[in-house]
Design a binder for this molecule. Structure first.
Ligand SMILES: Cc1ncc(COP(=O)(O)O)c(C=O)c1O
Length: 435
């Protein structure tokens, strides 16, 4: 099928809610390493990786070989029948997860991983109330949408009434109009007040993404989670770290994002990069908390042999190729290049992130700092022309999200910065006039 036939059928037969990037959607046909090709054979350097998912590059030969072999051997048996790959993956999750987290429940998506985490926290504590963060994204189920505080993605009716939303640590646009560190972490300390005023005082859990993904890679100060965890734990609640975007080395040096903030969560949720693009979700916790789910449970596809071998191979590649360190090194180069762009392009308002999870926020001008979704959309088109895929995010749709595979090299960072530089110049010339 050609480009227009695919787009026509997409419009005709999929839900209209299935959103795409670009004025004209971009049908892809092939991927290899850091590159993808569109249906017309044009090649792109992929600096979004699906949606922060292709952690070790497209169609990594090791992952592909393991999947192919497993599909030929045993594709499906269900959670009623233990499989070697599933138990080895669970053992590996225990090894790489922080602290005493050593029990895993496998599902198929981040949404299900979050659902499992919330259920677990409620059963373990015997409480129902959950504190989530503004600008956070948790998925597309009813509970996940209730946790989400990003109005675009909160479709009605949102039914989970036990959720309240705290301020996030969005330093660039601080809700309290303070500046770090003089703010003394007011956003974190406000949670004490939130518990007193908006809950019964009996909080089951606090859930947060260490770096808010869909929210535009909002990156809290280093003391933030320590402050919050002491408040939540003093009030008898658990800490859930949603690692769906930040997991599996994305933030550099560590397997999981929360490790940068020096706290041990009670539960972590994973998906996306865990199996490099094969659908899998996981909720990892301590043996004591895992025991809170008493009844029998099934997840028909959860932890099936094919995704389990894919996840195991993905983790092995990250270990063998030293990708936690590479993500940190390339991430520093990328952050440096983006900071340089901020000095030369007035429409770049903020640069933030960790490792290979870096963002720039686009504004109309440095005086007003007004978000510029127009600039974002124009930049998407411009970078597409130049053969670079980037992501979009943020509450205002004005944040460029960059999350390339962890095994890129410095030349790839330089190539992306060069394209961004040229594209920002082109966009900068047109945006102020049309904003
Ligand atoms: C932090 C976070 N949690 C949960 C989800 C939901 O994951 P999924 O789309 O696999 O259901 C997402 C998806 O973007 C996410 O970014």
């Amino acid at each position: 099928m050609n480009r227009s036939e695919i787009i026509a059928k997409h419009q005709q037969f999929l839900f209209p809610s299935v959103s795409t990037f670009y004025a004209e959607p971009l049908p892809l046909t092939r991927g290899e390493g850091k590159f993808v090709w569109d249906v017309d054979g044009k090649r792109y350097l992929d600096f979004f990786g699906g949606i922060v998912t292709v952690g070790i590059g497209h169609c990594h030969p090791k992952v592909t070989a393991k999947i192919a072999q497993q599909v030929r051997t045993l594709q499906h048996a269900s959670t009623f029948f233990p499989h070697e790959a599933t138990v080895l993956l669970a053992e590996k999750m225990a090894e790489i997860s922080p602290g005493t987290l050593s029990k895993t429940y496998f599902t198929n998506s981040g949404t299900e991983a979050v659902e499992t985490a919330v259920l677990l926290a409620r059963l373990h504590t015997g409480r129902t109330e959950i504190i989530a963060l503004r600008h956070g994204y948790s998925g597309r189920s009813q509970t996940a949408m209730s946790l989400t505080a990003h109005s675009n993605w909160r479709l009605t009716p949102v039914t989970d009434s036990g959720v309240v939303h705290a301020h996030n640590a969005y330093c660039y646009r601080c809700a309290f109009e303070k500046t770090y560190p003089e703010c003394n972490l007011l956003c974190a300390r406000d949670i004490e007040e939130l518990i007193k005023t908006a809950t019964s005082g009996k909080v089951a859990a606090f859930i947060a993404e260490p770096i808010q993904g869909v929210g535009g890679f909002v990156t809290p100060p280093k003391e933030y989670f320590l402050e919050i965890s002491s408040i939540i734990r003093a009030n008898g609640g658990l800490i859930i770290s949603d690692e769906v975007q930040t997991g599996f080395g994305r933030t550099g040096d560590h397997w999981f994002g929360i490790e940068h903030w020096g706290i041990e969560p009670d539960i972590i949720t994973c998906a996306k990069a865990m199996a490099n693009g094969t659908p899998v979700g996981a909720t990892v916790t301590t043996p004591e908390i895992a025991a809170a789910i008493k009844g029998p449970q099934i997840s028909t596809f959860g932890g099936n042999p094919v995704t389990a071998v894919a996840a195991l191979a993905t983790i092995e590649v990250i270990e063998e190729e030293g990708l936690l360190a590479n993500a940190a090194a390339r991430g520093s180069e990328l952050a440096k290049g983006l900071s340089q762009l901020k000095t030369t392009h007035a429409i770049v308002g903020d640069v933030r992130g960790k490792g290979l999870m870096q963002a720039i926020e686009l504004i109309n001008d440095p005086e007003s700092n007004e978000p510029s979704p127009l600039a974002m959309n124009a930049l998407l088109e411009e970078t597409r022309e130049h053969g670079l895929l980037i992501g979009k995010g943020g509450l205002f749709g004005n944040t460029v999200r960059l999350s390339p595979p962890l095994n890129i090299d410095k030349a790839d960072v330089d190539a992306a910065i060069d394209i961004l530089d040229r594209s920002l110049s082109a966009v900068g010339k047109t945006i102020p006039a049309s904003a």
